[in-house]
Write a protein that binds this ligand. Structure first.
Ligand code: 5IU
Length: 466
């Protein structure tokens, strides 16, 4: 008998494939349930599964293997041993202690990694595994899966330039089960009908860190709804700079001198006005003047986080009157949409960035939080034009700003973690790199700003393939 036929019958007889009525994790009811975890209980079945995967792997070229946790891990392990090809593992939960690795195992950037998966529906689990692999600089071209439920996964992966290879398709399984007399023709017809009517939209949500586009700033300009966001992209294009400088200094003299030194090389100057000892209205006017003459936007990194009423007072009042001079401010989403509503109500001249992720060690902006930030941004797209995130986490109609950028990787003693411009812009596909101490602690700030400007711009140009 053909090995695939034998395999399907075995899978059915061992109740890996079950027909009935099953409530899936997503809440929907399915007439078929496939639990490939069961295969580890039957060594000979597991061997058959791996032999079929191996037939496909043979025709592909790759340096390392990665199984999608958890079900495909034993498959990938056996393939790794069989072929003497090293393997890496993606952690489902990134540890908050020790090395905090997302990927376990030894590998080099630019190695080709083949992803092994047990079953694919929409492709979202594969994309979740893809994200940290790509972040670490690995190249992923192919995914080998035992079973394709034919519900949109292949198309979804193709959008990310990934080729799906499957041992079995749902259609094959149903045909084999019919031919072998395991299922009646009527039942199979009913199941076919179910699979055709439950195609998963290929627009399923994009996991964090995944670039969903490869569009240029020119192409994205008209997609940005907020006018500060559009103005920012105009400046970026005109100055060929996607560099923001974080001026964490304590005197107005230093702040103004940084603004004039780095002004020609940046699109944004990020301030923390509350750490300036001698802030006053004249300093503010001078800063705004420098911003106009060098054409950069002022981003007050105030991180509003309170209830709307308080935020409105903090934004417009006090001794800083932020709403009067800042072009951009940012906000946490912890207090709910009231924070954004207050900022939007108080000034239509100021664009908002939401904090979706942070650069510091042990921060609590987990996946679910990031997704919420994206949801809020979509709801207030007239005012919110982007995110503070570690890379591109969503669609091209938002702009992604990444802090914690330095040419030398590493960190500081208080939890800051640095990534280099090439990784941030080129691999993590962020738009604007925020550089602080890498520039302001340099002996020649102007020269350092020029170096970072070039590094960030070159990474962008290379990314969009110009
Ligand atoms: N900043 C971060 N990480 C974050 C957020 C803001 O570093 O997640 I949100 C700010 C803090 C500082 C600047 O103003 O960005 C980074 O400065 P250095 O490049 O000097 O670390």
């Amino acid at each position: 008998m053909h090995p695939l036929r034998t395999l399907v019958i075995e899978l059915y007889d061992k109740q890996v494939i079950q027909v009935g009525s099953f409530k899936l994790k997503s809440g929907i009811t399915s007439p078929i349930y496939i639990d490939l975890r069961v295969t580890i209980s039957y060594p000979s079945l597991l061997r058959q599964v791996v032999a079929c995967l191996q037939d496909i792997c043979r025709s592909l070229s790759y340096d390392i293997l990665c199984g999608v946790p958890y079900t495909a891990l034993p498959f990938a392990t056996l393939l790794s041993v069989e072929n003497s090809v090293p393997m890496v593992m993606r952690r489902k939960e990134v540890k908050d202690y020790g090395t905090k690795k997302a990927i376990e195992g030894v590998f080099q950037p630019n190695q080709t990694c083949l992803i092994i998966e047990d079953l694919i529906t929409s492709g979202s689990s594969v994309l979740e595994t893809l994200e940290p692999l790509v972040k670490e600089g690995l190249v992923v071209k192919d995914v080998v899966v035992l079973l394709d439920r034919e519900q949109g996964g292949k198309d979804n992966l193709r959008k990310h330039n990934i080729q799906l290879h499957s041992v079995l398709k749902m259609t094959d399984i149903l045909e084999i089960l019919k031919d072998s007399g395991r299922l009646s023709a009527d039942k199979v017809a009913e199941l076919f009908e179910y699979f055709h009517s439950t195609q998963v939209s290929s627009n399923s949500s994009i996991p964090s860190g995944m670039a969903s586009h490869n569009l240029s700033f020119e192409q994205r300009l008209s997609m940005i709804r907020n006018k500060v966001g559009r103005r920012l992209l105009e400046i970026v294009l005109k100055k060929q700079s996607n560099l923001a400088v974080a001026a964490d200094v304590t005197t107005s003299q230093e702040l103004l001198s940084i603004a004039s030194q780095v002004g020609p090389h940046i699109c944004v100057l990020k301030t923390h006005v509350d750490i300036i000892e001698d802030w006053n209205e004249t300093v503010c006017e001078q800063l705004v003047h420098l911003a106009k003459s060098h054409q950069f936007l002022i981003f007050e990194d105030r991180k509003f986080a309170d209830i709307g009423n308080t935020v409105e007072l903090q934004f417009t009042g006090g001794i800083f009157h932020i709403s009067q001079w800042a072009d951009i401010v940012n906000a946490h989403i912890i207090a709910g949409p009231g924070t954004i509503q207050a900022l939007r109500k108080a000034s239509e001249h100021c664009g908002i960035l939401l904090l979706a992720q942070m650069s510091s060690k042990g921060n609590l902006a987990v996946e679910e939080y990031t997704q919420k930030a994206i949801q809020f941004a979509k709801q207030y797209e007239d005012a919110v034009f982007g995110f503070i995130s570690m890379g591109c986490i969503g669609e091209p109609n938002f702009i992604y700003f990444t802090p914690g950028v330095k040419l030398e990787k590493g960190g500081d003693s208080l939890g800051q973690q640095y990534t280099d411009p090439k990784t941030v812009i080129g691999i993590q596909k962020s738009d604007i790199a925020i550089v602080g101490r890498g520039i302001i602690h340099a002996s020649d700030r102007k020269e350092a700003a020029l170096t970072y400007q070039k590094a960030c711009w070159d990474a962008y140009v290379q990314r969009i393939g110009k």
